[in-house]
Design a protein around this ligand. Structure first.
Ligand code: FES
Ligand code: MG
Length: 572
């Protein structure tokens, strides 16, 4: 072995500490030569039965281990906090930063030379990448893969996307409870994460676009045997990355982030992409701004026809050729002065493996599905630091709309009154939800696509303008203005909106304006009182004191940047 790796600071010691570091590991049946200086590869596993999207990761870890051993490395699997999107209350987002701290400290504090991140469900990808970025070792991501297509009564159904549709159908009586329970089984019929272009698929495409996965990794369904092959190959590759000292900071350059933004637009990725990419950039020290998402992404055409923006699902994306096809279509736009985990750029990676096999699923850049996609950033007196909207999932006719505000002061207020037949609302109104931002909820839940009032749904209307400081599930759709910043709980103007105020959304002009004079707003500001803190102890208390705005990625302020991988003191 030519170079000495950091794991030798543990295993290579000839003193008392060396005995301690090696001997206890040997109780797992590890031969002495495993400690001879070969690359030690950490396999960071977000497996949990409470994270159903990641519940198959024991198999993936075994596949990675095979690859590591084949390449002459020493694989060590370790668990970190797993964040399941569907079960964890009040929202998995509240714990993204906590899980990132777990990943960071677990990687740094242990004898690991390179790390493989097993990720799937929405928050497990950004949290582990954030943690790894703050350490700076060679890092490769193995995305866990989407579920197989859902099918119900002959119709393609997508995770999440159809939850909103079924909910609407239940409300209008078009679907019974029995139908619904059957449809639930049809929707989640295999291992894997949401198979729409929701946040999990968005994150998988993000890490591939950033260059953190082997080529083509994102779209392979979890149940496809090629997913395990990808895991095994990633295990082989990380060993070489350690030998080459191909650290994560060499991959995550400003250009890589710009590539990821362009790719996200082309695939119709989730609005959550913004918040997670910003947080990762903050860790690696890349200067990324909310406006970059609009400037770089909003003119990119939509190429991928997947729900919620389109018709198909991830399995179809895989058969059509997966992300390499998109990367190839965008080749004249993407930066080439980047390197991926292969040591080469995308252009060289995808050569010979980027033929589109289904033009109905992936369209060419010459004939895109929509000429412009991506995330638009709107600003104005209602969102001085910005808010985001995803036009490809919204109603074109509402892209320029002025309407009367119907205000909900909390999520409980919304639930209590939304279906009240006497609620003074019609489809021209703008629904406003307060106190669902990072501090306000706390944790910024996915409630921004509030369901419409029953009486409006019954008219056959399915969309209205909705504004909040919360997020929206990547699997959802609708004209939802999200991530309003500064948020209401810290005194952003959103807190000052009253019923009857007129609100103007103009996506073409990037405007979100509250038609209330500054004098009137100042009077309301004087009368406003911040809500009491959501917690006085524990992690939640730490979180609300330190969380930054959505426009900055909602990371904790003291987690920005990197502490490197060095640990100078021993444990005994
Ligand atoms: Fe886990 Fe959608 S709930 S990916
Ligand atoms: Mg989600």
């Amino acid at each position: 072995m030519s170079s000495r790796f950091r794991s030798q600071d543990w295993f290579g010691r000839k003193d008392k500490d060396g005995i301690i570091y090696r001997s206890w590991m040997k109780n797992q049946g590890m031969p002495t030569d495993m400690f001879d200086g070969r690359p030690v590869i950490g396999i960071c596993n977000t497996f949990s039965e409470l994270t159903p999207c990641n519940a198959h990761f024991r198999d993936h870890a075994e596949a990675v281990k095979k690859g590591v051993l084949e390449a002459g490395g020493f694989p060590v699997e370790f668990p970190i906090m797993s964040l399941g999107e569907t079960l964890l209350k009040p929202t998995a987002m509240l714990f993204r930063n906590l899980a990132s701290m777990d990943a960071e400290e677990s990687i740094r504090g242990n004898p690991i030379d390179g790390v493989v991140l097993l990720t799937g469900c929405d928050k497990t990808t950004p949290s582990t990448v954030m943690g790894a970025a703050s350490v700076g070792l060679p890092t490769i991501v193995v995305p866990g893969g989407p579920m197989l297509n859902g099918r119900y009564k002959g119709q393609l159904i997508g995770s999440g996307t159809h939850v909103w549709k079924f909910d609407e159908d239940m409300k209008t009586g078009a679907m019974t409870q029995e139908d619904c329970e059957y449809a639930e089984s049809c929707m989640s019929r295999s291992i894997g994460h949401c198979m729409t272009m929701g946040t999990a698929s968005t994150m998988a495409c993000m890490v591939e676009a950033l260059g953190l996965t082997l080529s083509g990794a994102a779209a392979i369904p979890a149940a496809d045997s090629r997913k395990k092959v990808m895991a095994q190959l990633s295990g082989r590759r990380i060993v070489q990355m350690v030998k080459d000292n191909l650290t994560i900071d060499k991959i995550l350059t400003r250009e890589a982030f710009e590539n990821a933004i362009m790719v996200n637009s082309a695939v119709g990725g989730s609005s959550n992409f913004v918040i997670h990419l910003m947080a990762i950039a903050g860790r690696i020290g890349v200067d990324l701004h909310l406006d970059d998402f609009d400037t770089l992404g909003s003119k990119i055409p939509l190429l991928l026809n997947l729900m919620p923006s389109g018709q198909f699902l991830m399995e179809d994306f895989f058969y059509a050729g997966g992300l390499p096809v998109i990367l190839n279509e965008l080749k004249d736009l993407l930066h080439k002065n980047v390197i991926t985990v292969t040591g080469k750029n995308h252009h060289d990676n995808v050569k010979g493996s980027c033929e589109c096999h289904d033009a109905g699923v992936i369209s060419s850049i010459k004939e895109p599905l929509k000429p412009e996609a991506g995330i638009v950033v709107v600003k104005g007196n209602l969102a001085q630091n910005g808010a985001v909207i995803k036009p490809s999932a919204a109603t074109p006719a509402l892209m320029q709309h002025t309407g009367r505000a119907v205000v909900f002061e909390s999520i409980e207020d919304y639930h209590a009154r939304i279906d009240d037949p006497n609620l003074d609302i019609d489809e021209t109104c703008v629904m406003v939800l307060k106190y669902v931002g990072p501090v306000g909820y706390p944790g910024m839940p996915e409630v921004g696509n509030m369901a419409l009032p029953k009486k409006i749904l019954e008219k056959g209307i399915r969309d209205m303008v909705r504004i909040s400081d919360g997020r929206m599930s990547g699997t959802a759709y609708g004209t939802a203005v999200l991530h309003v910043s500064p948020e209401s709980a810290i005194g952003g103007n959103l807190a000052l909106v009253q019923n009857g105020d007129m609100i103007e959304l103009n996506v073409a002009k990037r405007l979100l304006h509250l038609h209330v004079s500054e004098e009137e707003l100042e009077q309301r500001r004087q009368a406003w009182a911040a809500p009491p803190p959501a917690a006085s102890r524990g992690y939640v208390s730490l979180y609300i004191q330190h969380v930054m705005g959505a426009d900055k990625g909602a990371d904790l302020d003291f987690l920005q940047g990197s502490s490197g991988s060095e640990v100078t003191r021993d444990s005994h």
